[in-house]
Design a protein around this ligand. Structure first.
Ligand SMILES: [Zn+2]
Length: 402
């Protein structure tokens, strides 16, 4: 009998109906996981099942765990609480919806509170947490246009400057991975260029920019756009503004909130035609009320009313969503008449590439962390494996056999 080189590693063998990644489709896949890492992917038709804990999911589709680059909270908690309890609740909730990684997204708040949240999040990003893992921070505000601030409190908006950004960068211990900024603001160009040099992915949004200002933002380093259509100057055929740039610049990534409330399904189709399989990103912009009953929830320091899934501040300003990313996949496939596999790419590979984390996140392949969402025949999430461990059904009572 040959002894394993890694006798301490538990081997798990997943079998399913189909495996979908941005690169391949495998029928009757056999996925071997050792020590939380994918050791091999093969098709059952030409592979005898290796020994190990066998998990048989004969109806299921396996996809890479999803990655949300714009999410404020879920399950009753907001990322700006920046406590391990809050992030454990959020992480566990997200794992139930197939998500393996996310950018903890902040909103505009008094500078001291924002700095406190950034430094709290920095500590948590380094520590072990339940469920989906925060892989960086998305700083949404305070460098936003007062005309397109959405729910962000006007009194706390600030003019962009390198000095101010540097304070936030220091507080975050270098964990700001994405920053939303309005490129037309004084000081935006140099702040974008500075953040870009530090490796931050700059996202244009909450902006009243005309086309020139939008292009200046791109020249300074911006690579993506925040919830396209929402909180942007309206498109006009004589004044295309930021939207014109976002929809026609093939180098720019672009987020969309595909909940049927933020953007009309017909406009989602237009977005798909413009941005396509390489550049479109599905995000949720979800807030604490996601997965919770109607009521009042915090978004940073804002009180938001949630009624029938709509998140409202003041009279009728949308303040985040109650969308989950698994739902966004199905909505996008329906609204845009895209294939489901294409929708998966928009919530796995594309956000991974946009953030520069594509060596770790966004596909299933040998050597990668075994972060796998398991979908039913109706594409509903029935299990999520993170680092090889099931998150929904505890392994002690689960389907392990053999
Ligand atoms: Zn947001």
């Amino acid at each position: 009998m040959t002894r394993s080189r890694y006798p301490e590693l538990v081997r798990t063998v997943l079998t399913a109906n189909r495996l979908l990644t941005p690169e391949q489709v495998v029928d009757k896949p056999v996925v071997v996981v050792e020590g939380g890492v994918i050791a091999g992917i093969d098709s059952r038709t030409h592979a005898a099942l290796p020994a190990g804990r066998h998990v048989e999911l004969p109806e299921a589709t396996l996809i890479p765990a999803l990655f949300d680059v714009h999410i404020h909270g879920s399950g009753g908690h907001d990322t700006m609480e920046a406590t391990d309890s809050a992030l454990n609740h959020i992480g566990a909730f997200l794992a139930r919806h197939g998500v393996g990684a996310y950018c903890a997204t902040t909103v505009t708040a008094p500078l001291d509170s924002l700095l406190r949240s950034l430094s709290g999040l920095a500590k948590l990003i380094e520590s072990p947490l339940d469920g989906a893992r925060p892989v960086g921070i998305h700083l949404e505000g305070p460098f936003l246009s007062s005309h397109k601030r959405g729910a962000h409190p006007e009194s706390q908006l600030l003019a962009p400057s390198i000095a101010l950004f540097e304070r936030m960068w220091q507080a975050s211990e270098g964990n700001i991975r994405v920053m939303t900024i309005a490129p037309e603001l004084d000081g935006a160009d140099e702040t974008i260029a500075y953040a870009t040099r530090l490796g931050v992915r700059v996202s244009l949004g909450h902006s009243d920019a005309n086309a020139d200002a939008a292009r200046r933002g791109v020249r300074a380093g911006a690579v993506t756009a925040t919830h396209t259509f929402n909180a942007m100057r309206r498109f006009d055929h004589r004044d295309p503004g930021l939207l014109g740039e976002v929809l026609t610049n093939d180098d720019l990534f672009a987020e969309i909130i595909c909940d049927g409330l933020h953007v009309d399904p017909d406009v989602v189709r237009l977005f798909w035609k413009a941005k396509g399989l390489e550049r479109a990103l599905l995000v949720t912009d979800a807030m604490a009320g996601t997965g919770m009953p109607d009521g009042t929830y915090w978004l940073g320091e804002l009180e938001v009313r949630v009624k029938n899934g709509r998140c409202i501040v003041g009279e009728d300003t949308l303040a985040g969503s109650t969308l989950t990313l698994d739902r966004a996949l199905c909505n996008f496939a329906e609204f845009a008449a895209a294939g489901f596999a294409q929708a998966v790419t928009l919530a796995t590979r594309n956000p991974a590439r946009m953030t520069g984390l594509d060596a770790e996140i966004g596909t299933l392949a040998p050597g990668r962390s075994a972060d796998i969402a398991v979908l039913s025949a109706k594409n509903e999430v029935i299990e999520t494996f993170l680092r090889g461990e099931p998150q929904l059904v505890p392994s002690t009572q689960g389907y392990f056999n053999g």
